[in-house]
Design a protein. Sequence first.
Length: 397
Amino acid sequence: MSVVAFDVAQFFPSINHQFLLAVLEKLGFNHRVVAFFGSYLVDWFTTYAWNCDTSNLQRADVGVGQGSALSPVLSALVIAPVMKLFRKRSAGLGCTLISYVDDGNIIVQSSEIDTNCVMLWHAYSIMFELFTKSGIALEHDKTELFHFTRARTGFDQSLDLGYAPYIGDNPLRPKTYWRYLGFYFDRKLMFQEHVRYYTTKALTTVMAMRMLGNSTRGLSSRNKRILYRVCMVPIATYGHRLWYFEGAKNKGALKSLTSMQRKAACWIMGAFCTSPTRGVESLAGLPPIRLHLHKFLQRAVFCTATLLDSHPLRSLMRGEHTKTAIPALGASCWMSADRQKMVRDAVTETNSKIHTLTEVFSPSVEENTPGERLLDRRQGRVLFDEFDPKGEDALPK
């Protein structure tokens, strides 16, 4: 499998208003909605500020405010017809297009890396043409190439993109690791670099926290523990579902995370570095990192049940859990029964464990709309018991 990641140049500021209104009409939005955005996006002005100096007002006839809550929605509506046309024109290539705001990926899969490069070249040309006609420019110099393969050769195959600067004698070369949305991918999908990066980042944070207190002064042990749980655990476990699932080879990752938590526990309690790991973790009130990850795993599985029936994640699942989502190209439902038994990943594990949740969730029911929720309609009848620990129940400071 091979991926070309592209970036849209100045996505929010470069959206054409007339094109956006045409898209809204084509998608069947109410004429009042179209008229609202027609008046909302006109007569915009902007100014540039540098310290105390500001420029004169200048008209801003294109783009949507990057800090506006409507910007992500409007940008997604602009890209939607482009993605639809791409699927039609690239139907014979067997490629997949995904996008997160201005970061897009073209994914192809075949038995040969050379074939993947040819397919990516055609797909990227189609994508560039569609974006150009939509008034949106791509930043070719930020385009990235990456090959996923377990073979010992071919993973460094370059690609003549056909657009400067990656053309001729300067082709687009794949990186050793590919970073996308904060996740670090390696060609074998072992995610060792991802774990190393975030473990090191969390460990560096632990070392920096030492300036806030030690065993004699500074923060109390209770506040140190809160700081660790709130600031460091989310860093260390970011993207854990990529590498922590049943059957994954994560012994080295768990060892690194355990070492990180041990240093944090010693800092919390002011213990010596030779203190036993389990003992100092118990005194600090920290469960083993393995149990932390198992808890997060269960939450992730159960959160899947609350997703919309057409959520993209459901397109990778099989059976009744797919709901109304259209199965993706690499979904397990297209695999044979023997192949499904061999696949081990987070989606397969979620598919096999989601039935343990007996509650039924429907995010689109009427009772879940703003104004119809329990607290919206019966706020006076709901009382919250605020617990204030005192005496023996209070935690030691």
